[in-house]
Design a protein around this ligand. Structure first.
Ligand code: NZQ
Ligand code: ZN
Length: 389
């Protein structure tokens, strides 16, 4: 096991009706805030009215910024930064999924940064401070409600990039599984693929003697695999929603990383897909992750055997280790298909004519490698996109 620091200060407020406590929580930080949300789902579901009532009851002034799009855009981040500065806003409340939360985090950083916030995304500068952010989560997927990252798309060239810092972990995350009842099945499924990907990025490591986190990863994966099909049948199954929602936070709050080095190649390869083709991040991962596995499994067959046996219950009667490893990958792919996700570029209606461009962007024109489990160069990434065709 490697040395590690682990910090996850986000207060989780989990369960039925917890959204009504938002004003009380926000009041601990500010009485003048920015309220950010997306394309209107929170108005249709009635959540918006509950939030406003709770803010008003607690005498909190708010300025709204709406219209966050999936794969959130830099232009709205810049607009938010300007509004916050002009109005002396010192707290940001995000109500929505990962796109809304990431927009809030990027604004929180940008308000206190003396320069172009995109500098931080391209590594020209680092995060030194950020406004506090609070969250009401409406989609179990990204783990952004407690993660140290935010991912934003710059429309100027369609670059999708992330920032990382413990300073952008939200102060609190209100998580009521009932708020997810209105999700379209495709978003529930894409969210599940993202949760699973966050675990698998950590699971495939070269670090040895990480038994505890291996087992935590396997348990969290199995929880998602067992509960998501129940949600496909009944979106209002509270217990299944609760299990998947909590798994989403655990998958990406850093706990499953402790003592190990994660891979993250599949995420980087996927981000180029969703940057250009604007598909849901989780759907992109359902396409890329199995392709990545098929390309790298020989690097450590035993790890893939462990994954197949412990997570997918593959029995050892297969002829050899390679057959067991491949069966595990096949079961992952079948699971994604069974919940309605694409597992190839073709399934997602994407023709393969921009593979070279995506591989270039992913490797900064071939200058860097991607991933830790296996370090992939531009040609490797082209091969993975080709497997995903
Ligand atoms: O915009 P609204 O109207 O709210 O609708 C959203 C959106 O259309 C809808 N939705 C959300 N909650 C709903 C709902 N519809 C009905 N009922 C509800 N309860 O769902 C759609 C997708 O929302 P979005 O926020 O885009 O989805 P998600 O949470 O999957 O976020 C994806 C973004 O997060 C990034 C992804 O790359 C992508 O840009 N990620 C962020 C990470 C992080 N910050 O730690 C890590 C991830 O790996 C990921 O990269
Ligand atoms: Zn992800």
């Amino acid at each position: 096991m490697e040395n590690f620091d682990f910090v996850c200060p986000t207060k989780i407020i989990f369960g039925k009706d917890t959204e009504n406590r938002v004003g009380e929580e926000v009041k601990k930080y500010s009485n003048k805030i920015m309220l950010i949300y997306g394309g209107g789902s929170i108005k249709r579901t009635g959540l918006y009215d509950k939030v406003i009532n709770s803010l008003k009851e607690n005498h909190i002034e708010y300025i709204e910024l709406s219209g966050v799009k999936p794969n959130p855009r830099l232009s709205l981040v810049n607009e938010g930064i300007k509004i916050c500065r002009e109005n002396n806003i010192d707290f940001i409340l995000a109500v929505g999924g990962g796109s809304v939360i990431d927009t809030a985090k990027a604004i929180a950083v940008g308000v206190l940064y003396d320069g172009d916030v995109w500098d931080i995304f391209i590594g020209k500068s680092v995060i030194e401070k950020a406004l506090p952010v609070g969250v009401i989560l409406t989609l179990a997927a990204t783990g952004s409600e407690a993660s140290d990252s935010a991912v934003i798309t710059n429309e100027n060239g369609w670059y999708k990039k992330g920032i990382h810092s413990d300073l952008i972990r939200p102060q609190f995350a209100i998580m009521n599984p009932e708020l997810l009842y209105t999700l379209p099945p495709y978003q529930t499924a894409a969210g599940a693929a993202d949760i699973m990907a966050h675990i698998m990025e950590r699971y495939f490591t070269n670090v040895r003697n990480v038994d505890l986190t291996d087992r935590l990863c396997e348990a969290t994966l199995k929880t998602v695999i067992n509960n998501v099909p129940l949600l496909m049948e009944d979106p209002k199954n509270y217990n299944a929603r609760a299990e998947v929602m909590w798994a989403g936070t655990i998958a990406h709050n850093g706990l499953l990383d402790t003592g190990r080095v994660g891979d993250w190649a599949s995420h980087k390869i996927e981000h180029e897909l969703s940057a250009i083709y604007d598909i849901a991040h989780g759907a992109g991962l359902a396409i890329i992750f199995p392709a990545w596995m098929k390309y790298v499994y020989k690097h450590d067959i035993n790890r893939f055997v462990q994954f197949a046996v412990r997570v997918w219950n593959v029995d050892l009667s297969f002829e050899d280790s390679e057959a067991i490893a491949l069966e595990g990958i096949k079961r992952l792919e079948s699971f994604f298909k069974s919940i309605g996700l694409p597992t190839s570029l073709k399934d997602a209606g994407i023709n393969a004519d921009r593979i070279e461009e995506m591989a270039d962007k992913c490797t900064v024109n071939g200058k860097v490698t991607v991933g830790q489990f296996v370090k992939l160069n531009k040609d490797d990434i082209i091969n993975i996109y080709n497997i995903a065709k």
